[in-house]
Design a protein around this ligand. Structure first.
Ligand code: NAD
Length: 503
């Protein structure tokens, strides 16, 4: 995306009240293919009146959508699943073209997107309440779950297909209506997803799409017509969203940035550990919130690991993610490329050893792309900023420590707590590690331990603000509110006696 606009290319629409609708805001941005620099489309920076229209449509749709039976809502999700499945290659190509990750990775993302819909179809079971008879003589108590109302999601650039679907299917399954604000850097994949949604004949206003940036986000945070907000993005914005939305009395979950560690023990199966570190550190060019960013080697693991890790890193092919045989695509924008190069310079100036230098990728790269090749900074110390701050690019920092206890100390000193992995064959080490690390998602001999749709995405510390996580059982908790009914009936002749007075 760039601030300059290219008028000859298509300007995308919002989707409001069941109609594709042009935004009224005067500003637009280019959406760029980071592999080539080609301008793919233009995205409108919607105004507050565009948001108002979407929220009004979502509010108006609530009574009708709530009346649709839970089974019929689940059936709509089965249709949604089929519609996405039929267009999964188109969705994956869109992800690669606007965001840059390889097509293999994009296909995996779209598979996860569809898995979210599958998990949400369980709503007739997952949304059930609880009941108990005779809390007092002839008095019964029950809790039912009802929709929260109008729910909004604000999402980042790095998963254009999947992250919006951490929320949308679960929200509408529970009888809510929904407003999505995609990342202005990658708004095109959701145009396809909403085209599929458009084909489902949902009541107008059940799902709405408002493109834009900060103005729309701030409008969502303050809007009296919005009841619940899900945010995924960088840590500073997550904090703003969490505080401001909570102050406005909304239910809110805010998933922030990360700095994920991968511990390699001396008894790790070395080639498998190298595969895991490479996939985690350099997949999606390091632009995943679950990307391993710091390798913590314990004792002799460092010297055993480094030659193989360096060699595997240097073998990776960088280029346009749509081409066969490419391992690492571009980063999302030229601004991101420059920022990542600055981080590498900073690591070197702080005293790290540049074991693999990817600042100037070799070979012929297409067009005007935004490339940084995989980079390894060795001899990093925990106090360096490259060890503490999120780089969000294909850069692995390596810290060597003497013991597992020291590795756990390094991990627990981070302000983030999203993901962590350990590579070892020792059950005892794993037991201690998983018990003691202050991190919410743990991989054992797995580089990217992102939970499947049926489990919560359970980040900790600055990586997550809120109580209820995205997807899994938490999604139904987040998207419903509980109502508790205590009742008795007199006509049976049994309902007499004072409630609270036990006989
Ligand atoms: P970002 O914070 O820049 O943007 C996220 C969303 O917030 C976008 O929709 C954007 O339009 C909006 N936004 C940006 N700045 C804003 C501001 N000042 N005020 C209001 N709204 C604003 O994040 P990004 O660069 O798109 O995504 C990358 C970040 O997301 C990384 O930090 C990554 O770790 C994080 N992320 C976290 C998770 C997780 O599960 N914890 C998952 C994916 C990505």
């Amino acid at each position: 995306m760039s601030a300059a606009t290219t008028p000859s290319v298509r300007l995308i629409d919002n989707y409001v009240g069941g109609q594709w609708t042009p935004a009224s805001g005067p500003d637009e941005l280019d959406v760029t293919n980071p592999a080539t620099g080609e301008v793919l489309a233009r995205v409108p920076m919607s105004s507050s009146s565009d948001l108002d229209a979407a929220v009004a449509a979502a509010r108006a749709a609530l009574p009708e959508w709530r009346k649709v039976s839970v089974i019929a809502r689940a059936r709509k999700l089965f249709e949604l699943r089929e519609g996405l499945e039929a267009r999964k290659e188109e969705l994956a190509r869109s992800v690669t073209t606007e965001m840059g990750k390889t097509i293999v990775d994009a296909r995996a993302e779209v598979a996860r997107m569809i898995e979210m819909v599958e998990a949400a179809t369980a709503v007739p079971t997952t949304m059930q309440g609880r009941i108990i008879e005779d809390v007092s003589t002839n008095v019964d108590a029950e809790t039912v779950r009802q929709p929260v109302g109008v729910c909004a999601a604000i999402v980042p650039f790095n998963f254009p297909a999947m992250v919006p679907f951490w929320f949308l299917p679960f929200a509408i399954a529970c009888g809510n209506t929904f407003v999505l604000k995609p990342s202005e850097q990658v708004p095109l994949t959701q145009q396809i997803a909403f085209d599929v949604l458009d084909g489902l004949d949902l009541p107008a206003g059940v799902v709405n799409l408002v493109n834009g940036g900060r103005e729309v986000v701030e409008g969502i945070l303050d809007h009296p017509g919005i009841d619940a907000i899900s945010f995924v993005g960088s840590a500073p914005v997550a904090r703003i969203v969490y505080e401001r939305a909570a102050k406005a009395g909304k239910r809110v979950q805010a998933l922030g940035g990360a700095k994920n560690h991968m511990v390699v023990m001396p008894d790790a199966v070395l080639d498998k550990a190298v595969d895991g570190l490479i996939a985690s550190g350099f997949g999606a060019a390091g632009q995943r919130c679950m990307a391993g960013s710091v390798v913590v080697t314990v004792g002799e693991a460092h010297d055993k690991l480094m030659p193989a890790l360096r060699e595997a890193t240097e073998r990776l092919r960088v280029g346009d993610g749509l081409q066969d045989g490419i391992d690492v695509g571009p980063v999302v924008s030229s601004a991101a490329r420059d920022r990542i190069r600055d981080w590498i310079d900073r690591g070197v100036s702080e005293g790290a050893t540049l074991a693999v230098d990817g600042r100037e990728p070799e070979g012929e790269l297409p067009g005007d792309g935004s490339y940084v090749a995989p980079t390894i900074l060795d001899d990093v110390r925990p106090e360096m900023t490259v060890a503490q701050e999120e780089i969000f690019g294909p850069v692995l920092s390596v810290i060597n420590v003497g013991t597992l206890d020291e590795a756990i100390e390094v991990i627990n000193s981070s302000r983030f707590g999203n993901g962590v992995s350990i590579f070892t064959e020792s059950g005892a080490s794993v037991r201690r590690f998983r018990h003691e690390v202050e991190v919410g998602m743990i991989g054992v001999n797995i580089g990217v331990a992102a939970p499947v749709a049926f489990f919560p995405f359970s980040g900790w510390k600055d990586s997550f603000l809120g109580d209820l996580h995205a997807h899994g059982p938490d999604a139904v908790e987040f998207y419903t509110r509980k109502k508790t009914v205590t009742s008795r009936w007199f006509s049976s002749g049994q309902g007499s006696g004072a409630y609270f007075v036990e006989k």
